[in-house]
Design a protein around this ligand. Structure first.
Ligand SMILES: Cc1ncc(COP(=O)(O)O)c(C=O)c1O
Length: 453
């Protein structure tokens, strides 16, 4: 064991005891205490499963988890225990992972825009690996961190940026100039980085990006750099309902790596999978604290929608539920509503008094009551606000759970990927029953009847 995670960090659950069971137990306790505070239940076994799946699908790629995606204690400890690295975008995130004693060589300061003070903090705390994609960032690194080892960020996606002017990385045309400038400033460039965004990418986009990265590698090598690290970024799907499955994307990446960076070429590959690891592991429960019925829109009025209900969820829901989550199991709610109750066009809002904080509009929901609990699944990515962003607002509590078999797998695993197919079977086999349980937890039908409790 690596010593980051032990049995005091999570609730050990018996086989057959599901996240749903745990959630219901917690709700009973909260109701007895008349407590309406929102909370998360996190299935750490789901993350273990994702990690082994990652190593199997992308055997040459080392994952660096982006801390901004979910910096909760259980997630950080588990991933450190499994041997993952961490991609940090600020001093606070570096401090977060170093607070559990993650060594500096497992930390990648991956932000394309860094405060000088944060670069200095990285330097004084031994974090050397970072990125740059323009001259301003380069000179900040040159001045503040002479020991830095940097990756040049390239914009490898030929498509338009998600937001105008918000492109990650430099163009291939500017690479040579930036590499030459780095040489003049005595900055050690060790490789190339790209991040294609998280917009449900076509797998082929990764192949194009790897090809672009190889051209940039050649430029660096020509200029005399020891180029030995390629970072392929994040953007891998966290659930199964996406355009391309994770394994499909991985197959395309593996082919591109074999072509442009063949095994044995001396280049290590890393990635920054965020949502992939944590989305499906977290379930969120928030209660209705207030509600109002809105009359159907009269002809001639300029009302926004045609009548229904507005429900205000527990104040703690505000942080995790903004921006819009996927609506809670809409289909199942609709099914329940159709068989028992009429459905109402409904709007869910953050805390009363924050009317502009819209969680979801136009949901077809059965009649809700104050005190009803709404269950949101797949809530693990970009939903946990760091304490600094949350201000005075209390964090929703997170209850971590893991089955015996998943914990056994973590202990067997020891941070080392299975070496052979036989090893892989050994590590995975005992998990199968735990995983069946985990699959059941997250499968829609299990949660369906209890989406409103
Ligand atoms: C630069 C960068 N790298 C990696 C990630 C992780 O992306 P994802 O969670 O989609 O894997 C993000 C997410 O915003 C990012 O901005």
């Amino acid at each position: 064991m690596n010593g980051y995670l032990d049995e005091s960090n999570f609730m050990m659950v018996e086989e057959g005891f599901t996240t749903r069971d745990l959630l219901e137990n917690l709700l009973v306790e909260l109701c007895q205490a008349s407590d309406q505070q929102a909370f998360f239940v996190a299935d750490l076994g789901d993350i273990v499963k994702k990690h082994l799946r990652f190593l199997k699908a992308l055997p040459r790629v080392k994952p660096y988890f982006p801390v901004k995606c979910n910096d909760s204690e259980g997630v950080i400890r588990l991933l450190a225990e499994l041997g993952a690295g961490f991609a940090c975008t600020s001093k606070a995130e570096i401090a977060r992972v170093q607070s559990i004693r993650v060594p500096a060589d497992k930390i990648f300061y991956s932000s394309p825009c860094k405060q000088v003070a944060h670069i200095k903090y990285a330097a004084s705390h031994g974090v050397q690996l970072m990125t740059f994609d323009n001259e301003v960032e380069l000179s900040k690194v040159a001045r503040s961190h002479p020991q830095a080892r940097v990756l040049l960020g390239v914009a490898a996606d030929s498509g338009p940026p998600a937001l105008p002017g918000m492109m990650f990385g430099t163009t291939l045309k500017s690479c040579r100039h930036l590499l030459e400038t780095a040489k003049e400033q005595a900055v050690e460039v060790v490789g190339i980085s790209f991040h294609l965004g998280s917009r449900g990418l076509e797998p082929q986009t990764f192949a194009q990006a790897v090809a672009v990265a190889q051209l940039a590698f050649e430029m660096g090598t020509e200029l005399g750099y020891q180029m030995h690290l390629l970072d392929i970024g994040g953007g891998f799907p966290g659930t199964e309902d996406t355009r391309a499955r994770f394994e499909e994307i991985a197959a395309v990446i593996n082919s591109a790596l074999d072509l442009y960076f063949p095994d044995g070429c001396g280049v290590d590959i890393i990635a920054r999978p965020g949502r992939y690891y944590v989305t499906s592991a977290f379930t969120f429960a928030a209660s209705i604290t207030a509600m109002d019925e809105v009359p159907a829109e009269q002809p001639g009025s300029d009302g926004g929608w045609d009548g229904g209900m507005v429900g205000w969820a527990d104040p703690c829901a505000r942080a995790p539920l903004s921006p819009l989550p996927a609506p809670l199991q809409r289909k199942n709610l609709a099914a329940r509503g159709a068989s028992y109750h009429p459905l109402h066009s409904s709007s869910l809002r953050g805390p009363p008094g924050h009317g502009e904080d819209c969680i979801a509009d136009g949901l077809e929901l059965p009649q809700l009551q104050v005190g009803d609990w709404l269950i949101f699944k797949d809530m693990g990515a970009y939903t946990i606000a760091t304490s600094s962003l949350l201000g005075e607002r209390p964090q929703p509590q997170i209850t971590y759970a893991m089955s015996h078999v998943a914990w056994k797998a973590v202990q067997l695993f020891q941070g080392k990927p299975p070496q052979t197919e036989d090893d892989h079977e050994t590590v995975c086999a005992p998990l199968s029953c735990g995983w069946e349980m985990a699959e059941t937890l997250c499968a829609t039908p299990v949660f369906a009847p209890a989406s409103i409790i």
